[in-house]
Design a protein around this ligand. Structure first.
Ligand code: SAM
Ligand code: DTB
Ligand code: SF4
Length: 323
């Protein structure tokens, strides 16, 4: 889709805040207008997640059921075999997903047999004709390069929130560590998937600060997941009040306006959302979702509910060329 809009990489927080605070109708209209210059408004990409290594993570991310620092009911699982990952990838493809994202509860990638196994999974997913994505924690430039050589299309590494709020959520790593991994991924020629979570008790300014950091990257992250916190029992954020759905709409619209050519993914939290909320999120510029009945460890709406939603809204699945 051709466009005349110049992408900007110098958004000031004040500018983004003014956009976020627009009257909702104006905000959604502006976001949708821009959306149409870059994307087909009736097409949504479907991606499938698979947790290839579950739980016992040394990081202490307050939102995460997989952290070893919290007492959740989660069943731990060591790295699954390549065959198991590829069976899941094939099923995902058959159900309409064009991207397969493999997640590991690691703080960082370590060179060795387990990383080699993940590289083999990436090669296998590519051989199925899908986009391959990984989210494995921190990676060095050399490891990112090896992922690129295996054919990896995208690496997910979220900033999660603004720089000031970050230390309230995670103490075992720094914002700068996250930024460094994103840079390593970019240098290796792998596309960047980076976004965050709303509903962790952050202020509007924290949300805006995160969007300003994301939109300050040149190029922008090709994909920007916006997650609503899924509060999980046993995590420090278990009692967080669920986020107002219109906060998701405002975040998505602001992300769409700041990064108009990126895929904006309505990510975790859809199970608790009404069809109407999701419709507003799509109108505000979300054009990708996670499909299937599971995210990494928590529930997702599943194919039946999503098919009904797509049918009701007249949405189609976006086929990704050259995946
Ligand atoms: N360990 C890797 C990392 O942290 O980058 C990859 C897996 S981690 C589970 C991927 C992302 O899932 C996190 O960055 C966070 O944004 C999101 N996430 C985890 N738990 C969540 C929850 N309870 N609700 C919403 N998003 C969550
Ligand atoms: C992203 O931003 N959200 C996905 C994906 N990237 C890796 C993960 C959501 C996880 C939600 C909690 C869980 O299921 O464990
Ligand atoms: Fe580990 Fe990632 Fe969960 Fe943090 S978000 S505890 S790094 S799996």
């Amino acid at each position: 889709m051709k466009t005349q809009v110049n992408l900007r990489h110098n958004w000031a927080e004040e500018e983004l805040r003014a956009i976020y605070d627009l009257p909702l109708m104006e905000l959604v209209f502006q976001a949708q207008t821009l959306h149409r210059q870059f994307h087909d408004p009736n097409k949504i990409q479907r991606c499938t997640l698979l947790s290839v290594k579950t739980g016992a993570c040394p990081e202490d991310c307050s939102y995460c059921p997989q952290s070893a620092h919290h007492n959740t009911e989660l069943e731990q699982e060591p790295l699954i075999d390549v065959e198991g990952a590829l069976v899941a990838a094939k099923a995902a493809k058959e159900s309409g997903s064009s991207r397969f994202c493999m997640g590991a509860a690691w703080r960082e990638v370590r060179d060795g047999a387990q990383f080699d196994q993940v590289l083999e999974m990436v090669r296998g997913v590519k051989a199925l004709g899908m986009e391959a994505c990984c989210t494995l924690g921190m990676v060095t430039e050399d490891q990112a390069q090896r992922l690129a050589e295996a054919g990896l299309d995208a690496y997910n590494h979220n900033l999660d929130t603004g720089p000031d709020y970050y230390e309230k959520i995670i103490s075992t790593r720094k914002y700068e560590d996250r930024l460094q991994t994103i840079q390593n991924v970019r240098k290796a020629g792998v596309t960047v998937c980076s976004g965050g979570i709303v509903g962790m008790g952050e202020s509007v300014d924290d949300r805006i600060a995160m969007l300003a950091v994301l939109a300050g990257h040149d190029p922008h992250p090709e994909s920007v997941p916006i997650n609503a916190l899924v509060p999980v029992e046993g995590t420090p954020l278990e009692d967080q009040k669920s986020v107002d759905p219109l906060v998701m709409v405002r975040m998505i619209a602001t992300a769409r306006i700041a990064m108009p050519s990126s895929m904006v993914r309505l990510s975790a939290g859809r199970t608790a959302m009404s069809d109407e909320t999701q419709a507003l999120c799509f109108l505000a510029g979300a054009n990708s979702i996670f499909a299937g009945d599971k995210l990494l460890t928590t529930e997702n709406p599943g194919d039946d509910r999503d098919k009904a939603l797509f049918d009701k809204l007249g949405l189609e699945t976006l086929e990704v060329a050259g995946a």
